[in-house]
Write a protein that binds this ligand. Structure first.
Ligand SMILES: Cc1ncc(COP(=O)(O)O)c(C=O)c1O
Length: 390
């Protein structure tokens, strides 16, 4: 995802060897601590964007650092070919945290990779040729994930053929949903709260109707909770918040809170369809990643961070309808502030006032992806900055 910010000038005036494919914030960040980023010119910036929603525990959380260093000293890496307690513990912890009967976990590395695997599992299981996605979706930049991402073909690349047939459902349209999901549909993939689209929480009845239609039809319902999962809505998963259990959940970002890891969580009937050797990964399920999954969930539970996410979210809704903000959408700390001015302008002005926020595909939505450790004083800081920019 790009943020529409100008490219950072090369301060060393040396040739830059990085591919210039990312717009970058005009900040020279040296380090982070708690909810703040620090820059080389002495600024202290409230980070409400968290590296595309990854920094769920902010920066330098002592228990996260401890888990990382302890595991690194003991064993930094082994593949799935070697059974490891830490991997088994992480899978149990994640399945229990979810608590929706999605009791089998396959660890991989990124959001897109989790979605690739989820789609593969579903199509193989159902032997149907088509995947249905929802308008506005973002599922990643790999082949299958890109094929079900709204507008990907025009925006990034035009593979001549998608790997399977794809249909996009209009958001919230129950009639279309019932007509478009057919016996050809192997999988339906949906972000219950659409992140890149602008922190848009889909209506409850829409997700319930998707569940019902998939069950009637034998299609596998996949919730892509790469961005909205693992506590970000103030519930373990958005599925818990909505009370709708899909057949598969994919999750990433907050899962390692800075260590790259993703997971595919599967219900028993899905897990039962997987054959030995049908899925694989070299790095996925490595001990460092698993140690951090275990630690992140531990921290969320023991520090009561789900409640904090819900409280801070409610506080933002109460206090931040000020300055350029005319509405709030989303859930937990995945919020979209609707702005009467272009969101990019608001983002630039907030950055100047040391508050970092994201934008989205909606030109009038400022996206908040704050760490779960956010305090009420930080919400006050956001409100004051919004008031100041008017
Ligand atoms: C909902 C959703 N799915 C998938 C992805 C892709 O994840 P990754 O960039 O880790 O491949 C993203 C990334 O922003 C996302 O927000």
């Amino acid at each position: 995802m790009q943020n529409g910010m100008p490219l950072r000038p090369n301060k060393n005036e040396e040739p830059d060897h990085l591919a210039l494919v990312y717009a970058q914030f005009p900040l020279d960040v040296t380090h982070g601590q708690g909810v703040y980023l620090f820059t080389s010119d002495g600024r202290k910036i409230l980070d409400l964007y968290g590296g595309h929603a990854v920094a769920a525990l902010g920066y330098g959380h002592p228990r996260w650092v401890e888990a990382l260093t302890t595991q690194a000293k003991s064993m930094a890496f082994q593949t799935n070919a070697v059974p490891m307690d830490v991997r088994a513990r992480a899978a149990t912890k994640l399945a229990k945290f979810c608590g929706l009967g999605l009791d089998t976990v396959f660890f991989v590395n990124s959001g897109a990779e989790a979605n690739e695997n989820a789609i593969k599992i579903a199509l193989r299981m159902t032997e149907a040729p088509e995947v249905v996605a929802v308008e506005g979706s973002f599922h990643g930049r790999t082949a299958a994930a890109g094929a079900v991402t709204w507008g990907a073909k025009d925006k990034w690349y035009g593979f001549p053929n998608t790997p399977f047939n794809v249909k996009f459902l209009p958001r919230g349209d129950l009639k279309a949903l019932n007509e478009m999901i057919t016996d050809q549909t192997g999988a339906v993939i949906v972000e219950p709260v659409q992140g890149v689209a602008g922190a848009l929480d889909l209506p409850q009845e829409y997700l319930e109707a998707l569940r019902l239609r998939c069950s009637e039809n034998g299609s596998i319902l996949i919730f892509d909770e790469v961005q909205c999962g693992l506590g970000r809505t103030g519930y373990p998963f958005a599925a818990n918040m909505y009370g709708v259990a899909p057949d598969i959940i994919t999750t990433a970002k907050a899962l390692g809170a800075g260590f790259p890891v993703s997971a595919v969580l599967m219900a028993n009937h899905v897990a039962g369809s997987i054959k030995m050797d049908s899925l694989g990964t070299t790095f996925g399920g490595g001990p460092m990643a698993c140690a951090l999954v275990e630690a992140v969930i531990d921290i969320i539970e023991s520090e009561d961070l789900l409640k904090n996410v819900r409280d801070r979210s409610a506080q933002i809704r109460r206090q931040c309808m000020v300055g350029p903000v005319v509405g709030v959408q989303g859930a937990g700390l995945l919020l979209g502030l609707r702005t009467r001015r272009p969101a990019k302008e608001v983002q630039t002005e907030l950055t100047k006032r040391n508050v970092l926020v994201g934008t989205s595909a909606d030109p009038n939505i400022v996206r908040i992806l704050a760490p779960f450790i956010l305090g009420s004083e930080h919400v006050d800081q956001l409100r004051d900055a919004l008031v100041a920019i008017g």
